[in-house]
Structures are given as C-alpha cells and as structure tokens.
Design a protein around this ligand. Structure first.
Ligand code: HEC
Length: 154
C-alpha cells in the first residue's frame, strides 16, 4: 500500500513540474480582438505582442517564414536584421504600403518587391512591434503616432 502512495505522489510531482516548467511548446492567449491564438511558450514576444503575432502568422510567414529567417536570395530575414533595427519607421511603411525599392539586409541586397500587407495603423503598429521583439530581436517599439505620420497610398 505504501508503495502505491509513493508512486502516486511521484506522478503528481512530475505532473506539476511539467506544468510549471513547460513541457508544452504552445499556449493559448487572447489577442486584442478577443480571439484566441496559439503562440510559442518559449517566445516572450508571442505573448506580449499577441495581436502582432497573429497578423504575422496570417500575412508574413509565406515570405519571411515562421522563424523570421526569410528565404535566402529572395525574402530578407527579420530576425537579426540590421536594416529593421535602424529603420523602424520604414518597417511601418513596408507593411502599410509595400516596397519596391531594393533593400540591403545584413550585407545582402533584396530586389523583389513586397506587396502591402495591412490597411490600418493599429494593425501596422501591432505587427511591427511583434517583429521588433520576436526571435530574440530587441529593437524597441513604434507608436501609433509613428504610424500616422505615414500616408497610406493604395
Ligand atoms: C510576398 C512576400 C512578402 C510578404 C508576404 C511580406 N514581405 Fe516583407 N519583404 C519582402 C521582400 C521581397 C522584401 C525586400 C524588398 C523590399 O524591402 O523592397 C521585404 C522586406 C521587408 C522588411 C525590410 C527588410 C528587413 O528584412 O528588415 C520588413 C521590415 C518586412 N519586409 C516586414 C514584413 C512584415 C511585417 C510582413 C507581414 C505583415 C511582410 N513583410 C510580408 C517580401 C514579403
């Protein structure tokens, strides 16, 4: 009888340690629009910028990839991008208006053009703040005022 008790206690400890230290890779969080989204647990930006993470997954992943690494020679990386670090406002204009100018990211030039992705300022701010802080990027944030200084041209 004693043995069973010990086994039950051990199983309990393992179960709660698992919950606490996160054997799960994703968790459900509420985005600003109250919809539930799955974000990686080990990526703090995914929880803090849930709305941006959701927009990123819906719009940017085909080109810049889930990892933010892009596709060599075609789509530039956002993770560790020296261009993004220096041009936060340009990131806003990229998502609002697209870009047909070549950009140089970490020494490599990308000349395919990027189509516009979002049609309003709050979404632009959300997704840009996400990429500024995802994948270990620590590039600060942009504000709604920054976004509003860019004219949406369609
Ligand atoms: C159809 C492919 C495509 C999609 C979708 C796309 N991009 Fe891009 N993106 C590009 C290309 C190509 C470039 C480089 C050319 C340029 O900047 O004109 C680029 C450049 C960028 C840059 C500047 C360069 C850098 O790497 O720092 C940022 C920031 C960026 N994209 C963010 C985003 C975000 C955020 C989204 C989603 C809201 C997105 N892109 C969706 C193709 C895409």
């Amino acid at each position: 009888m004693k043995k069973i008790g010990i086994i039950v206690i051990m199983a309990g400890i393992i179960f709660f340690a698992g919950k606490t230290f996160g054997f799960r890779s994703h968790k459900l969080v509420k985005a600003n629009d109250n919809k539930l989204v799955y974000v990686p647990v080990n990526e703090p930006a995914g929880t803090k910028y849930a709305k941006g993470a959701k927009i990123y997954k819906a719009k940017c992943v085909p080109c810049h990839q889930l990892t933010g690494m892009g596709v060599p020679g075609a789509f530039p990386p956002l993770k560790g991008s020296d261009y993004l670090k220096k041009n936060k406002k340009s990131a806003l204009s990229h998502v609002l208006n697209g870009s047909s100018e070549a950009v140089t990211v970490n020494g490599v030039s990308y000349s395919i053009s990027m189509p516009p992705q979002v049609d309003n300022y709050p979404d632009a701010v959300a997704v840009v703040n996400y990429i500024l802080n995802a994948w270990g990027n620590n590039y600060g944030t942009v504000t709604l005022e920054d976004a509003k200084s860019i004219k949406i041209v369609r």
